[in-house]
Design a protein around this ligand. Structure first.
Ligand SMILES: [Zn+2]
Length: 329
């Protein structure tokens, strides 16, 4: 489907969502949400120190929690999910990927509303105080006068490489110091901060590989190393062996799932935009590939949440029809 048509249908779906929610009872499900960096405010984003990514600020995150509380959602931890969620309710699980220091800004909000969060940490970034490559590509690209489109294209290319190849590319372009974080905006947590955070009763720490590895770019030995070594490093830093993983960029394959099972990782999260419906979300086969929604700070928050909650999307129906037609041809 052409992207302009897709965007137009998506807009109709977004507009219709509040109407559908008022007319049709929402299905019980687990909605998992993805956050990355948590910017203090718009000004911090505009400093161009870090890739704006989803442009989520602390006030937006607060409104997200308030919204779901007001709609009667129950906030759950991975342990709640693994214990089995009663099928007669609607649930939200909050996740932060990568291990940014700025995720600590979520703590007062989590405490105020008494809601848990799952933080997926790229182990070597914390261990080495190393900036994330997308922030380096953005910060240095902006300094060099690259357009957003050019930086976007470069990012798309880098996503197809291993971490070593990405490092080599950026270091040859911007020099050996480019992976030194600028400050609190872009730096990862320190091992001490991570250890303290892990002791917090509302926080659960999960695996996000050693080097933020997009796993299908690696051979079997590489996948094993990225997942298993991260388990070791994180266990050292937080005092327990993670039982959860978020696949970097949501990418995984059969080898990755096999390694997760060997490592006794019980819950894995992708970036497939969909609810996790009962009874699917407590069936063991699906627990390693849970769906997850992404929240964007530069789009209306309420419209996004309404859209994700709505159970009828024209676009999904059309995609389904196209799939069936293709299967027949
Ligand atoms: Zn990530």
């Amino acid at each position: 489907m052409k992207s302009t048509i897709r965007k137009a249908i998506h807009q109709v779906d977004v507009m219709m969502a509040p109407l559908i929610l008022s007319a049709v009872k929402e299905q019980n499900a687990l909605n998992t949400y993805l956050f990355h960096a948590l910017f203090r405010d718009r000004q911090e984003i505009e400093q161009q120190i870090a890739d704006p990514q989803q442009q989520v600020t602390v006030p937006i995150f607060r409104r997200f929690v308030e919204y779901h509380k007001s709609k009667g959602y129950k906030f759950v931890s991975p342990v709640d999910v693994l214990n089995g969620l009663p099928p007669n309710d609607r649930y939200v699980m909050i996740t932060f990927d990568d291990g940014y220091y700025n995720n600590l800004r979520a703590l007062p909000i989590l405490e105020e509303f008494n809601v848990p969060a799952l933080i997926f940490v790229s182990a070597n970034h914390v261990l080495k105080n190393k900036a994330f490559w997308w922030d380096v590509a953005y910060r240095e690209g902006k300094k060099a006068g690259m357009s957003d489109a050019a930086i976007g294209l470069e990012k798309k290319h880098l996503l197809t490489l291993t971490d070593d190849a990405i490092d080599a590319y950026l270091i040859s372009k911007y020099g050996p110091d480019c992976f030194t974080p600028v400050g609190d905006t872009d730096r990862p947590l320190t091992p001490t901060e991570l250890n303290k955070l892990a002791q917090h009763p509302l926080i659960h720490i999960g695996n996000h590989t050693c080097d933020h590895a997009v796993l299908p770019n690696y051979d079997a030995a590489g996948i094993k190393e990225q997942i298993s070594k991260a388990q070791d490093i994180l266990e050292d830093m937080v005092g327990y062996r993670p039982i959860t993983i978020a696949y970097p960029c949501g990418e995984f394959n059969e080898t990755a799932l096999k390694v997760c099972r060997e490592e006794d990782i019980k819950l894995g999260i992708t970036v497939e935009h969909a609810k996790n419906f009962n009874p699917d979300f407590y069936e063991p086969t699906n627990l390693l590939t849970l769906n997850r929604f992404t929240i964007w700070g530069n789009e209306d928050l309420i419209s996004q949440c309404d859209f994700y909650r709505s159970d009828f999307h024209v676009l999904d129906k059309m995609k389904g029809m196209l799939k069936k037609l293709k299967a027949k041809v």
